[in-house]
Design a protein around this ligand. Structure first.
Ligand SMILES: Nc1ncnc2c1ncn2[C@@H]1O[C@H](COP(=O)(O)OP(=O)(O)OP(=O)(O)O)[C@@H](O)[C@H]1O
Length: 252
């Protein structure tokens, strides 16, 4: 028998609410190590809400989240900090500091969270910029580079502390098709070469088809997961709503 592999993320019975209003109800799923896992769904179905729970920004109304076998929900203090260090996040708008160069943006978390000397910090920051193809741009300010490059720089910053899991909120949003395809290639390269687990919130179906090992599709009506599986499985779903979602994009 194959040894059971602990999933890197395990969500059990997650209910998420803002005040009295529940947005997600009793969600359970796992993300395997090294997977590119996509959270998909229409506007307002709770994708960002789920992401914010997975990265520890919000605590669930009910349920458990295990990261690398450790309980995120009840963690606190130093062990919570250690757990959160396993996670890197790229927010939808990148959120780089405009007054700092790309290198300075990447050095900032290293200054804040490590005791490394400046030369080591610069080396790690430069290495991470190289990983996303921006080695030659380390002295540029965010406003001096394109939107796609800013997103790649934001991914490099999310990786600079060496997380095991990378969360990307809508990495292709607002990018033209070519730049979006380059973003897909980058995601596949990071997962393939570095073995990172990457959780992507997206509703860009061409991109989902290109990158996803597995997808969960959230449903606003039921507040649950309406479909789960590989993109190929979802394209042949017996649920018309899920099938239509994929078919619509295929016609574009
Ligand atoms: N901080 C908040 N307080 C109260 N309600 C919120 C808050 N954030 C989101 N919501 C509500 O929760 C629901 C889900 O929002 P969420 O942003 O998670 O959806 P989404 O799937 O990411 O949507 P989109 O694709 O449009 O970004 C929406 O009805 C939204 O209005």
């Amino acid at each position: 028998m194959e040894p059971a592999v602990t999933p890197i993320i395990e969500v059990q019975g997650l209910t998420a609410a803002y005040g009295e209003e529940s947005i997600l109800d009793n969600l359970s799923f796992t993300v395997g190590r090294g997977e590119v896992f996509v959270i998909l769904g229409g506007s307002g179905c709770g994708k960002s809400t789920l992401l914010k729970h997975l990265i520890g920004l919000y605590r669930p109304a009910k349920g458990n989240i295990f990261i690398d076998g450790e309980d995120l929900v009840s963690s606190f203090g130093e062990s919570r900090q250690a757990l959160l260090r396993k996670i890197g996040v790229m927010y939808q708008n990148g959120a780089l500091f405009g007054s700092m160069t790309l290198l300075e943006n990447l050095c900032l978390p290293l200054e804040e969270f490590t005791e490394l000397p400046e030369t080591a910090r610069n080396l790690i920051a430069t290495m991470n910029l190289s990983l996303v193809g921006l080695a030659d741009y380390h002295h540029y300010y965010p406003a001096e580079i394109s939107g796609g490059m800013r997103k790649r720089a934001a991914i490099a910053r999310a990786m600079v502390l060496g997380p095991q899991i990378l969360f990307l909120d809508e990495p292709s949003a607002g990018l033209d098709p070519i730049t979006s395809a380059e973003m897909d290639e980058l995601i596949l390269r990071l997962a393939g070469s570095l073995g990172m687990t990457i959780v992507v919130v997206s509703h860009e179906l061409p991109s989902i088809r290109a990158i996803a090992d597995r997808v969960i599709m959230l449903d606003k009506e039921t507040k649950g997961i309406s479909a789960r599986g590989t993109p190929q499985q979802l394209a042949h779903s017996t649920i018309p709503q899920v099938r239509q979602f994929f078919a619509r994009q295929a016609g574009n």
